[in-house]
Design a protein around this ligand. Structure first.
Ligand SMILES: [Zn+2]
Length: 265
């Protein structure tokens, strides 16, 4: 049974500070997905740390070398997409079903490569969405709600215009202009409770460090945790499993407990 709404979190780049994020999530009993490249500009976790993280959280791919696909030749993009899955599965011993393109940039040919590599879903950087995963070819495409980062108006409007999403535009005009990301998280979460959908918070741990936002992140996680009894917290893959139950890869994989209370608007 699909709940009326759920909460999921995701973290990009595999920075060593992701372990601090994982500790915070564990403390608040929240679930989510870490998208980890082998190397990135600001450093990444060692294989042993990734293996340990994968015992508790879902791990998804983010290319091998944190490569923006639209800036790479096709052969390189192919290697980055295929290689990242094998590299992570060798480390974790678990299937890697989700891929997140660095910078959120990809083209239709990359979607085909992601599908051929055996992934089942893509996490995008679409902001201000409460949608359940959507079909994109044979894949599921997963938008986000809020990034734990204080974007300016231009960034939000570019993000919205790229996708021509009137619902996201309405959400920005109604809530986004005056709110910083912790407040926006609370407002958009409340909207998800009213109308249903997926509240998806994402960020980079290194951004949280740069902005000295650990306390604010902890406050937002506590806010989400305090509502867990009526709003299930899932990994990105589990959201795909309950949001698109006809997708066998995710349906077989999810351990979502269908007895979790359903939120009524
Ligand atoms: Zn990244």
């Amino acid at each position: 049974m699909q709940p009326a709404m759920c909460v999921t979190l995701s973290w990009d780049d595999g920075h060593p500070l992701d372990s601090r994020i994982a500790d915070m999530m564990s403390r608040h009993h929240l679930r989510g997905t870490f998208y980890i490249p082998r190397t990135a500009e600001r450093g990444t976790m060692r294989a042993a740390q990734i293996r340990e993280l994968s015992q508790t959280f879902e791990v998804g791919a983010h290319t091998l070398g944190h490569v923006v696909l639209t800036r790479a030749h096709d052969r390189r993009a192919h290697e980055e997409i295929f290689g990242a899955r094998k590299w992570l599965e060798d480390i974790t011993g678990k299937p890697c079903l989700l891929f997140c393109p660095p910078g959120g940039r990809y083209a239709a040919r990359h979607v085909r490569m992601v599908e051929q590599a055996g992934y089942c879903g893509i996490r995008t950087v679409e902001l201000l969405s409460l949608d359940w995963p959507r079909r994109e070819g044979a894949l599921l495409s997963m938008p986000t709600s809020v990034q734990a980062w204080s974007h300016d108006a231009r960034s939000y409007l570019q993000n919205i215009a790229k996708r021509r999403s009137f619902r996201n535009l309405w959400r920005y005009l109604a809530h986004g202009r005056a709110a910083d990301w912790p407040e926006l998280s609370r407002i958009v979460f409340a909207e998800a409770r009213r109308q249903g959908g997926v509240f998806h918070l994402w960020a980079h741990s290194w951004e949280i460090e740069d902005c000295r936002a650990w306390k604010r992140l902890d406050d937002v996680m506590r806010f989400l945790a305090d509502r867990r009894h009526e709003t299930p917290a899932l990994t990105n893959g589990e959201v795909c499993g309950v949001g698109a139950p006809r997708s066998p890869a995710f349906a077989a994989w999810t351990n979502f407990d269908s007895t979790t209370p359903i939120v009524h608007s």
